[in-house]
Design a protein around this ligand. Structure first.
Ligand SMILES: CCCCC/C=C\C/C=C\C/C=C\C/C=C\CCCC(=O)SCCNC(=O)CCNC(=O)[C@H](O)C(C)(C)COP(=O)(O)OP(=O)(O)OC[C@H]1O[C@@H](n2cnc3c(N)ncnc32)[C@H](O)[C@@H]1OP(=O)(O)O
Length: 258
């Protein structure tokens, strides 16, 4: 196979992958497979996997034993608004949608085995690359399409220390980029971060649970402007504020090496 045809095939697969990701938030019928008893963890609503996933990978956005009671309380709060009971035991969509989260982009895509060999078989998403539950980034994202905002419940583990007893600024920036980037992808399709401005207002205690909220400011052509803040879970303490600019890209941009 020529270099050019490799690139064409990779571009097609990346396109399919992104389409699948976007379909998670654009299709109405995305209820959990209730026939799956294993899905009966404390989550009432699960977004179905896109059809491009050939088998069921681990969804890191579901609760695990490391989650604090505050993390669970907030998870239940948003998750309970992901679907509501309607007549005759049927369910219909609520205002929020939980976004599933995997540690690999390409492995689970159609043709992914082939692709991951070419690109990097050991590649893992930065925020999902530590096996020990609770050690680093524990988080779940919910998106509210109507209000064009996103909320992330984030529990910062002991490996994220920066100043003694507090979370590293780079880890906070990573999560802000992650949340706003995911939000921009939901709103605008494939994007890359062009600009990220962060003001650190008060340190985040290590081990604590915080809220990361992202909202759309405006869309202008290829540009998606997003604002974000990190607060204590009761909203009384502002930890961090940020603004971000995302530019829509054609996935071939990535294959050209930017
Ligand atoms: C990313 C998708 C890939 C596929 C992955 C597959 C599945 C993923 C599924 C879901 C993903 C979900 C969540 C994502 C999670 C986390 C997000 C992480 C995101 C990142 O971690 S991503 C890495 C860091 N990111 C970079 O590595 C970017 C490097 N960079 C570039 O690749 C280029 O720089 C680019 C593409 C940004 C622009 O390049 P370009 O050639 O397309 O555009 P150009 O330069 O012509 O600018 C057009 C107009 O934007 C204005 N403009 C440009 N830059 C500006 C700036 N900085 N400030 C203010 N304005 C700016 C210009 O002034 C002009 O404005 P005007 O039109 O008004 O004149």
């Amino acid at each position: 196979m020529t270099h050019e045809s490799h690139r064409v095939q990779m571009a097609r697969s990346l396109g399919r992958l992104l389409k699948g990701f976007q379909s998670l938030t654009s299709l109405p019928a995305m209820r959990a497979q209730r026939s799956h008893p294993s899905a009966c963890v404390p989550c009432r609503t699960t977004v179905a996997l896109p059809s491009l996933f050939s088998f069921k990978p681990r969804d890191f956005s579901l609760p695990n034993s490391s989650w604090s009671s505050e993390m669970m309380r907030l998870y239940d709060h948003y998750n309970s608004q992901c679907e509501v009971e309607a007549e005759r035991g049927e369910t219909r969509g609520g205002p929020w949608q939980r976004l599933p989260s995997y540690n690999r982009s390409l492995k689970y895509a159609t043709g992914g085995v082939y692709l991951s060999k070419i690109i990097q078989s050991r590649a893992r998403l930065f925020t999902r690359n530590i096996r020990e539950p609770g050690a680093a980034f524990e988080y779940v994202l919910f998106v509210n399409k109507e209000e064009q905002r996103c909320v992330c419940i984030f529990q910062a583990g002991h490996l994220l220390e920066g100043p003694p007893g507090h979370v590293h600024g780079g880890a906070i920036a990573t999560m802000i980029d992650n949340v706003t980037g995911t939000h921009a992808t939901v709103l605008s399709g494939p994007v890359m971060t062009a600009n990220l401005n962060i003001n650190y207002r008060s340190p985040v205690p290590l081990g604590s649970t915080v809220l990361i909220e992202s909202s759309l400011d405006t869309k202008e052509g290829r540009k998606t402007f997003i604002s974000c803040k990190v607060t204590s879970t009761d909203g009384s303490k502002l930890h961090t504020e940020a603004t971000a600019l995302f530019l829509s890209i054609n996935v071939s941009h990535l294959l050209r090496g930017g």
